[in-house]
Design a protein around this ligand. Sequence first.
Ligand code: ADP
Ligand code: MG
Length: 318
Amino acid sequence: MIGTQKKYVSQFTMMGTVISLTLFEPNQLAVEAVYDYLQRMDGVFSVNRADSELAAINQYAGIHPVLVSTECFQLVSDAIKYTKQYADSFNVLIGPLVKLWKIGFGGHQVPAAKGISQRLALLDTHEVILDEAQSSIYLRQSGMQLDLGAIAKGYFADQVVKQLQQAGITNAIVNLGGNVKLLGANPLTDNRRWQVGIQAPEAPRGYPALQVEMPARTVVTSGIFERYFKIGNHRYHHILDPRTGYPVENQVDQVSIITERSELAEVLSTVAYFEGPNRGCQLIEQLPHTEAIFIDHEQQVTVTSGLTPRRKGVFTIE
Ligand code: ADP
Ligand code: MG
């Protein structure tokens, strides 16, 4: 009976965010395996640890290749592939500009134009040498820096769900700091579907602007209210344009992508942010099992055609 179904929520803080795992039967071993996995990934990818593999790749840019774990090689290869595919928006080499702007990390002034233009020269994927046989990564120019901030959580979410499946778990919610990935059917609803809230851009957590009813998918949002600084009325936010070196200027507050792979959803949420609702919907409509929700500065909502409005603020995906 649905009313007696329990859920088991585990929560911990890691990677600078809150991670929560919801299961529908107790499985402490699986929870600990996920914890250990994410802990290990933090050691590989942390930007705050000088001894992480990612830090070593950046530190030895222009000096020599760095041997890395299979996970690191995989995620960086994926990120480079997407950077080549979406060259005008998603760029994993954006690190030097992120460091220069310090948005969300105590930065409160616009960098000098010269500093920005110098760093734009460091975003070229041809200068990245991925040697699969050696499992090594080399950034050829000194000063180049990988920044996996717009993709890593998606990769982790996909891996965590894979691990849960391998542990025999059939239904789960994985939430990595707002990046949600669902597994299987929802034991708590009559129709076995999931309801996911889309956070309103500036609202406190727990006050969703919209609800989407869906089968097991992932939901990832990119927005400009998490990290920014303001000078007068001008908002400088953390999604930087790799063509100009400045924060993207458009009317979009946030974009949510709903699809099957969380890593792809992460990339698409950034790409769609750049494209805006018109071109963004066109792009997303071409991809199978993928939907997008745009919310603009006027709180105007634009959605792709696979999202059917049910009642005010509620959409469903078949
Ligand atoms: P959110 O954090 O809202 O999910 P994104 O997924 O777009 O937004 O990630 C933004 C982060 O990714 C930034 O904090 C920065 O570390 C990095 N980043 C900024 N601009 C870009 C870009 N054009 N391409 C790839 N990564 C970016
Ligand atoms: Mg993101």
